[in-house]
Design a protein around this ligand. Structure first.
Ligand code: DON
Length: 565
């Protein structure tokens, strides 16, 4: 059989990658004693394993992986973006949430994405300098290291810097992403010089050397966050903003601070679940979905039955309706305190009828007020000391704003699109919002990221999270239900096809080829609009058994890789 040269190269590359790393397309189930991790890409998992081997703990591994992903996974891994982590300290059992989300520049107002007629200007919040929020990743990873890192900061960052300096071979997945985004990436010479040299995106099997990014990382290794938010790199970001019409100033950079928050905690069955509080909607929406389905008798439901899909999507519909109305940065908007109250969720659940779809226009957000007053790339890491890290960070869409800071070699985020640019105007993920999430200077844009820890009998049980925009929330909820209510093992729980509902648009999204014709026909009979979409999400899951042995599973939908030591 004749196979063209390019295709042959890709096939050989995939097979070699799979053999070398023992994961990717061939997932391996193995239990680890000292530490485990699940990340979006094999090189990051490999470096994480090395850090464990050098005596590092889960915090050290998370920091090193965070920087390595910025090199080998440039569509989402970053130093020019931001994210969230939920962590547990093994010695004290203390659980905390770290917010290193981007913030709106001090010159940002409600009007910056609107034309003189008040209409949203297309692409301004997703492409180029105006789309960029003040990055949080470097400060966030430093904070994580300071919390309980054991190895030297410099060594952890150096692993990524050395990789950027010597370069690495582009895999088929990255080559595909570069090809898909080539037109926008070519729009900026500083980006195109790196990812599309010779005017064409790099192909699988070619070497990508990132000298400018390496210099940036060596500075961060030597100086910590001060080397990024002040001095040479801050100057470069500043001139990038001036050339391309962005709003971030040197003062905005110098003022950036990550925030430690109390994690969002709720009980589900007999489990304690800890996830991300606002400014992510991840924890609250996850909690609402799980608490709404909790009293339901699952003994007659199977994971792919129309009745389960219906119940799950009706719960998600209600959670996303509340998200649109009530969630935003808590420093700017008072979030109702009763969104996870049993009594409020009982009322929301009562409006669900089995066998009959609700209508999103009629459902709307609830009234979470007491009658007395009016109202992703994710990675998971753990070690045998009980330290747990669930970390999701992002540039927002693939390669973020597509804008590289000249001379500093990193891509900037387009996280500003996560604000509600105008009430009811859908963002990239079709999510709508209002007052709670309008653009304001210094404000953090609402997120769906849901890095999550689950404890059983007060002991580590699960660490998980995903990419996927709005689908992150429903993805994490389904994987938890797959393991706890349907008895699937970690690999099965991650592999199982997934559904999604986000209130508006009023439809159930079913993973393509995941559900039978009979299931689809039944859902239509119940009154649902259904649509099939290509598989999305990238769950990175760790399961810790009652003896403390660790098992990790990576999503087969992407090129994730789990491992351990
Ligand atoms: O914070 C959020 O919710 C989005 N910016 C996440 C983006 C994402 O998951 C992209 N991956 N598909």
């Amino acid at each position: 059989m004749f196979i063209p040269g390019n295709l042959r190269r890709v096939i050989i590359f995939i097979i070699l990658t799979a053999l070398v790393y023992g994961c990717g397309v061939f997932k391996v189930t193995q239990y680890y004693e000292k530490g485990a991790l699940a990340t979006g890409t094999p090189p990051a998992t490999e470096i994480g394993r090395n850090i464990f081997a050098q005596g590092g703990n889960a915090f050290d591994v998370a920091v090193a992986v965070g920087f390595v992903m910025a090199v080998v996974y440039p569509e989402a891994g970053n130093v020019g973006g931001g994210g969230f982590a939920v962590i547990r300290e093994g010695n004290s059992g203390l659980i905390k949430a770290l917010d290193f989300r981007e913030v709106a520049p001090s010159a940002a107002t409600e009007k910056i994405y609107l034309d003189s007629a008040g209409e949203v200007i297309e692409n301004l919040s997703t492409y180029g300098a105006r789309a960029v929020g003040v990055p949080g990743t470097v400060a966030g990873l430093y904070e994580l290291w300071q919390k309980r890192g054991r190895l030297a900061w410099e060594e952890l960052v150096r692993a990524a810097a050395d990789l950027a300096d010597t370069g690495f071979i582009v895999d088929a997945y990255l080559a595909g992403k570069l090809y898909e985004n080539k037109d926008q990436l070519s729009g900026f010479p500083e980006t195109s010089d790196i990812f599309c040299p010779r005017g064409e995106p790099l192909k699988a099997g070619e070497r990508l050397v990132l000298k400018d990014l390496a210099s940036t990382l060596y500075i961060v290794a030597a100086e910590g966050p001060a080397g990024f938010y002040e001095g040479l790199i801050a100057d470069k970001i500043d001139s990038c903003m001036k050339i391309h019409g962005g709003l971030i100033t040197k003062e905005d950079l110098a003022a950036y601070k990550p925030v430690w928050r109390e994690p969002l905690h709720f009980r589900f069955d007999s489990l304690d679940i800890y996830s991300m509080p606002p400014p992510s909607s991840g924890g609250i929406a996850l909690g609402q979905i799980l608490k709404i389905v909790e009293p339901h008798d699952f003994s007659f439901l199977t994971v792919d039955s129309p009745d389960y899909i219906h119940l799950f999507c009706e719960a998600a519909r209600r959670a996303f309706a509340d998200r649109s109305q009530y969630l935003g940065d808590p420093a700017f908007y008072q979030i109702p305190s009763r969104l996870l109250d049993e009594a409020y969720l009982d009322k929301r659940r009562e409006t669900i009828t089995m066998g009959h779809a609700s209508n999103s226009q009629l459902v709307g957000p609830g009234l979470p007020y007491s009658h007395e007053s009016n109202q992703t790339t994710h990675f998971s890491v753990c070690d045998r000391e009980g330290n747990m890290v669930a970390l999701t960070y992002t540039l927002n869409t693939n390669f973020g704003s597509k804008l590289v800071v000249r001379g500093a070699g990193f891509l900037l985020n387009n996280q500003m699109d996560d604000f509600a640019l105008k009430p009811g105007y859908p963002n990239t993920y079709g999510l709508v919002g209002a007052e709670a999430n309008k653009v304001e200077p210094g404000k953090r844009m609402l997120s769906s990221m849901a890095p999550t820890l689950v404890l059983k009998n007060q002991k580590p049980f699960l660490i998980l999270g995903s990419r996927g925009g709005s689908k992150i929330i429903t993805t994490v909820a389904q994987v938890i239900l797959n393991m706890t209510r349907f008895g699937l093992n970690p690999v099965e729980a991650v592999n199982q096809p997934r559904v999604h509902h986000q209130w508006l648009p009023d439809k159930i999204t079913l993973e393509k080829n995941g559900y039978s014709m009979k299931v689809k026909q039944t859902l239509i009979r119940y009154g649902h609009n259904i649509e099939e979409e290509a598989p999305d999400g990238d769950v990175e899951l760790i399961y810790i058994d009652p003896l403390g042995l660790m098992n990790a599973a990576s999503d087969p939908r992407r090129q994730g890789c789990s491992g351990g030591y």
